[in-house]
Design a protein around this ligand. Structure first.
Ligand SMILES: [Zn+2]
Length: 675
């Protein structure tokens, strides 16, 4: 019986449409799954969507939809994207599916029957954004995880006896050091658990969009218990079907849960504790990757800097995105995405690297040997250079496999591309095109050796890179006349297996060079997706100078108003068009690379807005948090340094002096209108 391998992505929360952050995790898992299949493992690769919780209920409401309609739509977007990218998941689970709901209830029952659930009363702060009870104190206190205001909740809840599992968890992390990778995440989790664990509220009764608690349907099951359970429900846990039970027996425990670092606690503390309480085997390992930043900033909806995968697929294709993310980012650490870097990497490594090696090698074999792989010649025309390439290839196979096994994608690809560079150099030094002009036996046999050596090295890089760039490598493989690359058994890959006299397929370029316009095209597509607000209005270039805030406040409305009243005065109706409101600063930070700008999150009572303000020289960001300010709330959004600013903070801007924020001597509620 063959070895099994079960790998999962986190199931993606459907409060937002898919972007390259989701694609990144999924690509890493797809690469691992493809490699496992090439090693002969019976692989099961699961992904899906997480669809319950208050955040979804509210997002659906805001969109004027039922939660089911809303989640149907967003979940379908995820499935469509994975299909378009050729992701090889074996199943796609939705937490709103019947099979999942029933099996989660079964898990709840089992944990309860084992004595680990009790009923109690909870009063405290809840962060709707993180779907998490937090330690913050007092109404509206900021969430320690995300800084958003928390809500006070008092309700009768079911509690999970998490506190009793602290020692068992610490023992797990100690005895199985690679249960959590990388090391930094493991250390964080251990110190969190050492700090003591409190029992966890695992039901809610203040909203209904969730899975009902068995025998007490007033309550719904905590969204994280619901979501984490997908890893077992999808493969048949809790089912009465024989086939499903067998699948669960076969694939559980998971070999790898791949996650982002922001959900480490849920996966490394709560999940194993739930499984221990249910007396189920624990997953073998959890790997947390870092964040994908956009030009060094965190991608987020409020910053308006989220990049969609579709844009890159349209312009450069899925392989380009896959290669870039796995080559550019050191797996486990934060990495940065930019269109410039993407195109640069695409051209240097794919178009000019592997693509060029394939087309020049195969074209010369076509021209000089009528498209048949030539015989490497007898010893008299072997040079040290030929043997060095063979030696290099043997080393790269070992190195590359070892690095892939440790999920060091970037270094694995670097090793494989080292061989590409070596063969390029070898070809240039040996000038096969010059030999091709000659007909004497020695020149012919030298030429045969050089082209055989190049083609064999090409075959090896193609095989090693297949899990990362499946499309292009499939094409190169069939151009090499080798048929279906999926039949390749990777552990058997060795130097010298390229069959002689193999008839090449049609030689076509696999990575056409991208020019500068590719960057502009992708940027434009993304801007249009973000609503086009920044393209409809001519804005001063924020990267050179930032005008003082108060003049910004006047500029946009005044230009229009001046038309109606010729003497420079405006009517009360004109003034009423400006929606001035009291806001409270919830978060503030410097904008990287801009000395004058601060990025603020301002609570307007009904919503939290991102505002970029030119007051960094006047106020330290930490002094602004909690401060009440006056906001022009109906100003058209504008972009500053790539960040969308929704509104403007009113300040006095003395000539040559520092800006001073407008404020109030008496206390005034957030959201109050000024008129
Ligand atoms: Zn939060």
């Amino acid at each position: 019986m063959s070895r099994k391998f079960y790998i999962t992505t986190p199931i993606y929360y459907v409060n937002a449409r898919p972007h390259i952050g989701h694609a990144y995790t999924t690509i890493a898992c797809d690469t691992i799954a493809r490699r496992q299949r090439m090693f002969g493992a019976d692989t099961f690769f699961l992904t899906g969507t997480d669809e319950h919780g208050q955040k979804i209920e509210r997002a659906a409401q805001a969109a004027g939809k039922t939660p089911q309609e809303f989640t149907d739509e967003v979940s379908a977007q995820f499935r469509a994207l994975w299909q378009r990218m050729g992701i090889t998941n074996d199943d796609f689970i939705r937490t709103t599916e019947e099979r999942h709901k029933k099996r989660v209830q079964e898990l709840f029952r089992r944990i309860r029957d084992n004595g680990h659930i009790y009923k109690g009363t909870y009063t405290g702060q809840y962060c709707v954004f993180d779907e998490l009870y937090v330690d913050a104190v007092g109404p509206g206190a900021p969430c320690p995880e995300c800084g958003r205001p928390t809500e006070t909740v008092k309700e009768e809840n079911y509690f999970f006896k998490l506190s009793v599992f602290a020692d068992k968890l610490l023992q797990l992390y100690t005895e199985q050091p690679d249960f959590i990778r990388p090391e930094t995440r493991r250390n964080e989790v251990m110190s969190f658990v050492r700090g003591g664990l409190r029992d966890l509220s695992i039901s809610r009764s203040t909203f209904s969009w969730g899975i009902p608690v068995p025998d007490d349907p007033k309550h719904v099951i905590y969204v994280w218990l619901d979501a984490l359970a997908n890893y077992i429900t999808a493969i048949g846990y809790g089912s009465s079907h024989k086939g499903a039970q067998e699948a669960f027996q076969k694939y559980w425990p998971a070999d790898l849960h791949m996650i982002g670092k922001e959900i480490v606690r849920f996966h490394c503390v709560y999940w194993p504790a739930f499984l221990m309480a249910a007396r189920l085997p624990l997953p073998k390992g959890i790997m947390a990757h870092g964040w994908l930043l956009f030009e060094e900033n965190k991608m987020s909806k409020s910053r308006g800097n989220i990049v969609r995968a579709e844009t890159i697929l349209d312009v450069l294709g899925a392989d380009a995105l896959r290669y870039f993310l796995l080559r550019e980012v050191v797996f486990g650490q934060d990495g940065s995405f930019s269109f410039d870097a993407l195109v640069q990497r695409y051209n240097s490594d794919l178009a000019n690297g592997l693509g060029n090696l394939a087309s020049r090698t195969l074209t010369m074999i076509t021209r000089y040997f009528r498209g048949q792989v030539p015989y490497p010649s007898a010893a008299f025309s072997q040079s040290a250079g030929d043997n060095a390439i063979a030696e290099n290839a043997r080393k790269v196979i070992v190195e590359c496999n070892a690095l892939f096994d440790q999920y060091q994608f970037s270094r694995a690809l670097e090793a494989a591309w080292g061989l590409v560079a070596a063969v390029d150099k070898y070809i240039v030094e040996n000038e096969p095109w010059a030999l091709g002009e000659k007909q004497d036996e020695e020149s012919r046999s030298r030429l045969a050796t050089i082209l055989y050596t190049s083609a064999e090295a090409l075959r090896i890089v193609t095989a090693l890179a297949h899990p990362v760039i499946p499309d292009a490598t499939s094409k190169i493989w069939s151009q090499l006349g080798l048929g279906d690359i999926r039949k390749l058994v990777l552990p058997e890959l060795k130097w010298g297996q390229l069959p002689l006299s193999t008839k090449l397929g049609n030689v076509e370029p696999v990575f056409p060079r991208a020019d500068k316009s590719a960057i502009e095209r992708m940027q434009k597509m993304e801007e249009q997706q973000r609503g086009g607000s920044s393209t409809t209005q001519a804005q001063p270039d924020a990267s050179t100078t930032v005008p003082p805030v108060a003049t910004q406040a006047a500029a946009a409305p005044a230009a229009k108003l001046a038309v109606t009243v010729p003497d420079g005065k405006i009517s009360i109706d004109d003034f009423a068009k400006v929606d001035l409101r009291v806001g409270q600063v919830k978060a503030a930070e410097k904008v990287k690379g801009a000395d004058k700008l601060l990025r603020l999150e301002v609570d307007l009572g009904t919503e939290v807005r991102q505002v970029v303000a030119g007051i960094a020289e006047s106020y330290a960001p930490e002094l602004l948090i909690g401060r009440k300010v006056v906001i022009v709330a109906n100003l058209a959004p504008r972009k500053l340094r790539g960040l969308e600013s929704n509104g403007m903070i009113v300040a006095a801007s003395p000539e040559g002096g520092k800006a001073v924020l407008a404020g109030f001597l008496e206390d005034v509620p957030v959201g109050t209108r000024l008129k």
